[in-house]
Design a protein around this ligand. Structure first.
Ligand code: AP5
Ligand code: MG
Ligand code: ZN
Length: 212
């Protein structure tokens, strides 16, 4: 199964990708996570992308395509993978096709902008492993500490309300058109993301025709 998760910032792509990766036993490739790791580790890539990330703008297509081509060539991707946050533009989607990467399903997690803006204020992430939390919908067992690795959980820099507004603007301007692109290829499925996380997971599995 090669699956793309599409959706606005905060739609729940990362949350659902983590659950689906377990159920389907395939890795998740999250370009956002790869870029945040690079920034944390102070690599050349990290330095190059920081200003885009912090302002909520898209990183140039070629940077993303190089990262993804390298990651998909690894052996753990042989039986499939979940792409979280990529492609993000029509040129990225076309480049995937040109690289011979034809995904089986594209699931768009649908959610209204005002719900997202409210949701984002409660989002926290682990500073160690990147696991996602939410102050009310999905709090860690011990306050302020990651369940998985014990590191402190923090607020993502690009979750500042003004930056969230810009990310939503960028999503509507650059990314939303991918729905039409994949609908024309017959691969698009829509799932309502404004409900309980378990219900969203079940709906995605149904949409991609996998028994839970
Ligand atoms: P990226 O990391 O991909 O961020 P994003 O798309 O803005 O999405 P988020 O990670 O913010 O949200 P999500 O959909 O994963 O939601 P989550 O599951 O966390 O990209 C960041 C930046 O990297 C971009 O701005 C850009 O600069 C760059 N970048 C990355 N990829 C790129 C590309 N291909 N091209 C160019 N640039 C790129 O959920 C959100 C919160 O809600 C969490 O707290 C969660 O616990 C909670 N939650 C989830 N589901 C539910 C639910 N059903 N009910 C209640 N709460 C829920
Ligand atoms: Mg994410
Ligand atoms: Zn952690």
């Amino acid at each position: 199964m090669k699956l793309i998760l599409l959706g606005a910032p905060g739609a729940g792509k990362g949350t659902q990708a983590a659950r689906l990766a377990q159920t389907l036993a395939i890795p998740t490739i999250s370009t956002g996570e790869i870029l945040r790791d690079a920034m944390k580790n102070g690599t050349e890539l990290g330095k190059k992308v920081r200003s885009y990330m912090d302002s909520g703008n898209l990183v140039p297509d070629q940077v993303i395509l190089d990262i993804v081509a390298e990651r998909l060539a690894k052996s753990d991707c042989a039986n499939g993978y979940i792409l979280d946050g990529m492609p993000r533009t029509i040129p990225q989607a076309k480049a995937l096709e040109e690289m011979g990467i034809h995904v089986d399903r594209v699931v768009s997690i649908e959610i209204a902008d005002d719900v997202i803006e409210r949701r984002m204020t409660g989002r926290r992430v682990c500073s160690g492993c990147g696991a996602g939390y939410h102050m009310t919908a999905h709090p860690p067992k011990k306050e302020g500490v990651c369940d998985k690795c014990g590191q402190p959980i923090v607020t993502r820099k690009d979750d500042a309300p003004e930056t969230v507004k810009n990310r939503l603007k960028v999503f509507h301007a650059e990314t939303e058109a991918l729905k039409d692109f994949y609908a024309e290829l017959g691969r698009l499925r829509l799932v309502d993301g404004d409900r309980d996380m378990d219900e969203v997971t079940a709906a995605i599995l149904k949409a991609i025709e996998v028994e839970a």
